[in-house]
Design a protein. Structure first.
Length: 314
């Protein structure tokens, strides 16, 4: 049984005599009720009672108390907005941002040597991670990458993109012909991508090819905060030589930020590695700590409008 059932409420703890003749007082927090209505011990209390006969006695006593109406599943509070996340920059790019709220389980500890009441379980510290990604599909040339991805420096009057996204093409480097090579790596500054090498004729040695030099150089956007640049952006270039196209995907994933257990998410004091991508604000009824893991995808970002999503308490 995992700790995924409903908590138990009642008027008093359960008392029973163990197989060794000792008397035990067990709090109702030791029990949980699963979705099928069956009652059992939480994982922590299963570890406390290593004697299977004592466990059976205790669970049987709890079952009789449940059947008699002395204990029941705790009522669930209705979900309500806990915290609102908004993209740091208005526009459609914010629609690609994911916010992951998780509650990693604490490290396992050794079971007590005797069936003494264990300490009350500590709250699981909530963890916040954000991910921003962008995908450019079906690119055909180096010039196509400049047009779709944008460059870090534009000529006067140019209509190409600038100061958007995670990565850009370094000005003046998109001189490759044909297609780029496949690439998969983390960029923290700039990275040159080689042009795809073409196999020579059948009479040449196997595997020999022409080195066609640099296709283009990718750089991180200049205005990205230092925390993002230090962590780096994972770039994947996937080439389809049959179709004559390639895709460029860039992903930034923040380091997990852990909050103190049993506290609300503070709206300040978030690290730059997160606020560079999203900010947190309170919903109309105030903010609270989401109790269940959630993955949010920000939506609604358009020109001048910031993408957002709300996490709920349950």
């Amino acid at each position: 049984m995992s700790d995924s059932g409903k908590a138990v409420v009642g008027r008093r703890p359960l008392v029973f005599t163990g197989t060794d003749g000792s008397q035990h007082f067990v709090p109702l927090s030791a029990f949980q009720i699963d979705a099928d209505g069956s009652i059992g011990l939480t994982v922590r209390w299963q570890e406390a009672y290593t004697n299977s006969a004592d466990r059976e006695l205790l669970v049987g006593l709890a079952q009789r108390a449940q059947d008699g109406g002395e204990i029941a599943a705790a009522p669930e509070a209705p979900s309500r907005p806990a915290v609102v996340f908004k993209a740091a920059v208005p526009g459609p790019e914010g629609n690609n941002i994911k916010v992951v709220l998780d509650h990693p389980a604490p490290e396992a500890t050794a079971a007590p040597a005797a069936p003494a009441a264990p300490a009350q379980p500590e709250g699981k510290a909530p963890q916040l991670t954000v991910e921003q990604s962008e995908v450019f599909q079906g690119l055909t040339t180096a010039a196509d990458a400049v047009r779709r991805i944008g460059t870090d420096q534009l000529a006067a009057g140019s209509k190409d993109q600038v100061e958007t996204g995670l990565v850009q093409v370094k000005d003046g480097t998109a001189e490759g012909v044909g297609l780029p090579e496949d690439f998969d790596g983390v960029i923290t500054g700039e990275r040159s991508v080689k042009a795809r090498r073409e196999a020579k004729g059948q009479g040449d040695r196997k595997g020999q090819s022409d080195d066609k030099g640099v296709y283009f150089t990718l750089v991180l956007r200049k205005s990205l905060p230092k925390a993002v640049r230090d962590k780096g952006v994972k770039v994947t270039i996937s080439v389809d030589p049959t179709a004559g196209t390639y895709d460029v995907k860039a992903v930034y994933t923040s380091p997990p930020h852990t909050f103190e257990a049993d506290t609300v998410i503070p709206l300040t004091n978030l690290p730059e590695s997160i606020t560079a991508v999203v900010g947190a604000s309170a919903p109309p009824r105030g903010y609270a700590l989401p109790k269940v893991p959630q993955t949010l995808t920000l939506r609604g970002g358009t020109d001048g409008v910031t993408a957002s999503a709300a996490a709920y308490t349950s």
